[in-house]
Design a protein around this ligand. Sequence first.
Ligand code: PMP
Length: 315
Amino acid sequence: MVESTVENPASAFRNLEDSPIIKCIGNTPLLEIKMFESEFPDVEVYAKAEWFNPGGSVKDRPALFMVKDGLESGRLRPGKILLDSTSGNTGIAYAMIGAALGIPVRLVLPANASDERKATLKGYGADIVLSDPLEGSDGAQRLAAKMHREEPEKYFLPCQYDNPANPLAHVETTASEILEQTGGRVEHFIAGLGTTGTLVGTARGLKERKPDVVVHAVMPSESFHGLEGMKHIPTAIRPGIYDESAHDHLIPAGTEESYDLADRIAKEEGLFIGHSAGAALVGVREVAKQIEKGVIVTLFPDGGDRYLSEARQEA
Ligand code: PMP
């Protein structure tokens, strides 16, 4: 079901370089995290605060790279609609970038996505197509692919799960920023797995320039979980961009412990982070326990204000 209708005018898109809001993507702060200080005094922990991106999440970075790649390759051109499946943050990023550049955007999301999420997308003028809530993000992915197959001329489908521009955004921006902001001191990098773009791209970018960085991927411990944006890879559609060799270790994170750490850091340090950022903290605690000394960098994909209308879910 399409809830509103964007047009696909043949008029030219606006120039990327002329958009003030797009210039604000990336270069997020690297914050020192104190919550494990008393337990592990010789471990330094830092986190990229990705909710400082103008669309409110890390997904502004890959969305911009995928749009740029579409424009440069000619696959995205006036007359086409940008179509993709997204449970949330990538959709908001596409919708914001689309609005800034005059690109019509249509997004497929599971019908049970939160009302505030749908309202945000509509606020930017994007169309919403609802997929079967029981099929989750995999169902949204299948429906977007079907729509594209049926009308390939109408749509540009970046397909964030399979698009190399997704990890490339992190090779070129996230990894460089981390190296610069730590003065090259980063020893361990920890990030959650969703499309896997953040983990795979940042790991590649870090290891290219500092091969001894140890990379830890955090994954929901169960197939059914409450960590929006993350995937339990063994039971989900495997993202085409996923590269297992990008991480040295895999850390499972439970929903409850992730929510607990996200709650705690908001109250103790004033960092109101999302649930997947809580999962990243589960990974940090685990690595800190193992290494006892060193410099850990993680990434908080979005803020807790994204999840206000969602009840705390049981794992
Ligand atoms: N957390 C949140 C809140 C997200 O929106 C995403 C993106 N799906 C992720 C984690 C995982 O990031 P990536 O897709 O780069 O693996």
